[in-house]
Design a protein around this ligand. Structure first.
Ligand SMILES: Cc1cc2nc3c(=O)[nH]c(=O)nc-3n(C[C@H](O)[C@H](O)[C@H](O)COP(=O)(O)OP(=O)(O)OC[C@H]3O[C@@H](n4cnc5c(N)ncnc54)[C@H](O)[C@@H]3O)c2cc1C
Length: 427
């Protein structure tokens, strides 16, 4: 088996890279061990939400050039503002081709409501979370409603509303909460494992009883015309279900991310994988790359847990294994490592330096900035400090950025994945 490009890891970065490779006419395979951060994410793409002192960045593209200049080692500096913008446009087009509409607030950030009722700046959101109509309505309504389905444990309107009320932006707004009772789930609250976002998503997909759902939503909204529901409104058929629900209720409905599993993230994951397959990519799911041979500064082949002794060869390889969360990086008691190739990492020794004492520290934990060291071309350094010519690193496996502190996780994954594909195609 020989491909133009083999990508290790099928999260946001690996899939974006794969799609761009295919778009450029290259043959491409992705080997991916398991779930990615998308399954746990808000489904919105953060580009640059906060500046170094922690203030919200209203217009990321106005700030990016200065940001990059001040941080030449940042992954964004290895892409440049034009490529970053092109990558986001490409990403949106690819998802739209699969029916998933992604909206921006022009070239500015917008806020999305988190499951806890805080507002977070982000750059791209699914149309059910942010669109022109929601933007117009959001801060102008005298009353908004936050509702859930009775028995669903992964979203709590009372908590979300309490935090929204503390926000000065809603000082003139009444926020009502409520829950709708659905007859099909009367038994399931006994067993929380059988009543998750996926179950609700499937119920909405089936179209069963949408009239009843609409009537109960309208009743629970108590006169509010702007209604937030947990993001469970359809797992696959979300466009049709959402439209039908708004038509039936005559309300403006927006989705609020829930605790995992995230349906918003799963929609994105499904759409990216489906597009990758439609473009002719090979996705090898459930297998893990466990090593490879680097000789003369080039990676010759990789081998995986399932393929045993078979060697998977390619002209280029891209490492998109994610961070500690996905096993792309590993931490032991006193050291950190990149487990597949033993690439050189950028991190501060001494376990005490890895985290901040406050769990929810707004600045994020220092370990979030640790990762694989690369040159300006995204090439990693081998055990002897020499770049590996035909291996590129993308996404959360990279060192030099802090997705929480900067609000830059999704943007970095997409931009570096796209940039790596451009380099592979140019070679
Ligand atoms: C819980 C969580 C929530 C987040 N939410 C958001 C959000 O809402 N918005 C945002 O902008 N950013 C968010 N981020 C930041 C996030 O890092 C990026 O958005 C992005 O999804 C990272 O993508 P990635 O492809 O680099 O890595 P990942 O999504 O982690 O994907 C890596 C993939 O590689 C696979 N893999 C690892 N090692 C191997 C191997 N050896 N062989 C084969 N496969 C392997 C893993 O199984 C996984 O599927 C979140 C991060 C986390 C951890």
């Amino acid at each position: 088996m020989k491909y133009d490009c083999i990508i290790i890891g099928g999260g946001l970065a690996g899939l974006t890279c794969g799609l761009k490779c295919l778009d450029d006419g290259l043959s491409c395979a992705i080997i991916s061990a398991g779930m990615s951060a998308l399954h746990f994410s808000s489904g919105s793409i953060d580009l640059l939400g906060y500046d170094p002192p922690g203030q919200v960045v209203p217009a990321p593209f106005e700030t990016l050039s200065r940001f990059i200049e001040a941080r030449p080692g940042h992954p964004y500096a290895k892409c440049g503002p034009e490529t970053i913008e092109a990558s986001l446009d490409f990403f949106r087009r690819e998802l739209l081709a699969e029916g998933l509409e992604i909206c921006s607030n022009g070239r500015d950030n917008h806020f999305h409501v988190t499951a806890l009722g805080t507002l977070r700046p982000t750059y791209l959101s699914q149309a059910s979370v942010f669109n022109e109509r929601i933007r117009e309505a959001f801060f102008r309504q005298p009353r908004i409603a936050v509702l859930t389905v009775k028995g669903f444990r992964d979203f709590h309107p009372g908590l979300a509303a309490a935090n929204l009320r503390r926000n000065a932006l809603f000082k003139d707004c009444e926020i009502v909460t409520g829950q709708i009772e659905l007859p099909w789930f009367e038994q399931t609250p006994q067993n929380p494992h059988e009543f998750r976002s996926i179950d609700l998503g499937r119920m909405f997909d089936s179209g069963r009883g949408l009239g009843l759902v609409a009537a109960r939503v309208k009743e629970a909204a108590r006169g509010a015309v702007f209604v937030g529901l947990p993001a469970v409104i359809g797992f696959e058929d979300y466009n049709r279900v959402m439209k039908r629900l708004m038509d039936l209720t005559e309300l403006i409905i927006y989705e609020v991310p829930t605790l995992p599993p995230s349906i918003l993230g799963l929609r994105m994951d499904n759409a990216l994988k489906s597009r990758f397959a439609a473009r002719g990519g090979v996705f090898i799911a459930g297998d893990r790359v466990i090593g490879g041979e680097i000789t003369g500064g080039r990676l010759d082949h990789v081998h995986t847990r399932n393929y045993g002794d078979s060697r998977l060869r390619a002209g280029h390889f891209v490492l998109a294994g994610g961070s500690f969360f996905s096993g792309g990086l590993v931490s032991e008691f006193d050291r950190m490592s990149e487990p597949v190739f033993g690439l050189e990492m950028d991190y501060q020794p001494g376990r005490g330096n890895w985290y901040s004492p406050a769990f929810l520290d707004r600045r994020g934990h220092p370990f979030l900035e640790y990762g694989v060291k690369t040159d300006q071309a995204l090439r990693p350094l081998d055990r002897h400090g020499r770049p590996v010519e035909n291996l590129l690193c993308v996404g959360a496996v990279l060192a030099g950025y802090n997705p929480v502190k900067e609000g830059s996780g999704g943007g970095t994954a997409i931009a570096t994945g796209f940039q790596a594909a451009l380099r592979v195609a140019a070679d």
